[in-house]
Design a protein around this ligand. Structure first.
Ligand SMILES: [Fe+2]
Ligand SMILES: [Fe+2]
Length: 394
């Protein structure tokens, strides 16, 4: 999950990052009411499409052998993968045993605060909109799955990555359902709205941009699930802690794969890759669920982001930390060979960005602190005060 805390999608005057190099950034325009946004794409600047020069498709063609050797091994064989049922009450047990397991689950979640469930639900909804992310990756020129079952290594990676991700939403959703702490109908509606709304991270059918985006996002999800794991442990649910920690480990593995692809692009095409990183950072990395809507709250994404910020699950500081981490991971400050003047300009921008973001975030933090608590919690996903015990039929 995560990011762009400044991105709004309400009926007010809204600032969105531009989606093209030739467009002025931070264009202001008026969006339609949220009821319209929920069923049709919001007003945006004209999208930039297919921004990768056609000859660069060859870069990805030439990397197919490398992808097979160096990226596909990041996938785990199905038989060695964990599955949601490893963490859930076993419905094939005798009825009493199954109910005991469900009761134990509900007892473990009793002391976790409502705010915790708000961020866990937001994370789960983000994971559950997986079809959107596979669609996004399959918009990318040179790496898309041309047939739906293509044998090419880029397509094999994308399908198997999707299959690994598919377990995350499944497991979290079932656990939340059994906990009795959340309103499943509101959650299901939110997921349906979100998948219908889609996402536009500004990747322009360009795999350079696409893999920078996924590198950033996988690290963001790693951080977020790691924090929900820590908080579950502190709140008395070691099983939920293990669930979130296990998902975080998957995200880390995915981050390693995607950032290795960008590392390779920096080696083969330093200027092209450096400019792609700068381009995505200028646009800001938008959270995949930024078009989230529950049918009621036009500011639900802002409210969810505010709770994630306040609980420390995913904060504005994390955004700058991720950027700094990736600058170090890709050794961006040290790259000299093969950089044109445009590439050096992009390098200066990216390498000097984190301190500037931190300054802006300090002001955002202050604003978040000043928000009244009730303004941050009108999220209908939570069943307030439900102990999780009273509704279980025994
Ligand atoms: Fe995930
Ligand atoms: Fe992932």
């Amino acid at each position: 999950m995560q990011s762009s805390f400044s991105l709004l999608h309400s009926s007010r005057l809204t600032t969105l990052p531009s989606h093209g190099r030739n467009l002025t950034h931070n264009i202001k325009f008026r969006q339609p009411p949220i009821s319209a946004v929920a069923v049709s794409p919001p007003l945006r600047p004209p999208p930039v499409t297919h921004s990768m020069p056609p000859e660069k498709v060859e870069v990805f063609k030439s990397l197919e052998g490398w992808t097979t050797q160096s990226i596909l091994p990041f996938l785990k064989p199905v038989e060695k993968c964990w599955q949601p049922s490893d963490f859930l009450p076993d419905p094939t047990n005798p009825t009493d045993t199954f109910f005991d397991e469900v009761r134990a689950l509900r007892d473990r979640t009793v002391d976790l605060p409502d705010e915790y469930f708000v961020v866990l639900v937001g994370d789960m909804i983000t994971e559950d909109a997986l079809p959107t992310y596979q669609t996004m990756i399959n918009t990318l020129d040179g790496v898309r799955d041309e047939t739906g079952a293509s044998a090419g290594p880029w397509a094999v990676w994308t399908r198997a990555w999707t299959a690994e991700e598919n377990r995350h939403g499944d497991l979290l959703k079932t656990y939340l359902y059994l906990s009795g702490r959340v309103d499943m109908l509101m959650i299901e509606r939110t997921v349906q709205y979100l998948i219908a709304a889609g996402m536009d991270p500004g990747t322009e059918n360009n795999p350079y941009l696409g893999y920078v985006y996924t590198s950033f996002q996988e690290r963001a999800t790693f951080i977020s699930h790691g924090n929900t794991a820590r908080m579950a442990k502190e709140g008395g649910d070691p099983v939920l802690a293990r669930i979130c920690g296990t998902i975080a480990a998957d995200e880390k593995r995915h981050e390693n794969a995607y950032s290795k692809i960008v590392e390779k692009l920096l080696e083969l095409d330093p200027t092209g890759a450096m400019m792609a990183i700068a381009d995505m950072m200028r646009k800001k990395i938008t959270m995949p669920a930024h078009l989230m809507y529950d049918g009621k709250d036009p500011k639900i994404f802002e409210h969810f982001s505010a709770v994630a910020q306040r609980t420390g699950v995913y904060t504005a500081q994390d955004y700058a930390d991720i950027l700094e981490f990736l600058v170090g991971r890709w050794n961006l400050e040290k790259i000299e060979l093969g950089l044109t003047s445009e590439g050096r300009e992009a390098q200066d921008y990216v390498c000097g960005l984190a301190p500037r973001i931190r300054k802006l975030q300090e002001r955002a933090d202050e604003r978040a602190r000043q928000m009244k608590k009730q303004d941050q919690m009108p999220i209908a996903w939570c069943v307030r005060g439900n102990s999780g015990r009273s509704h279980l039929v025994t």
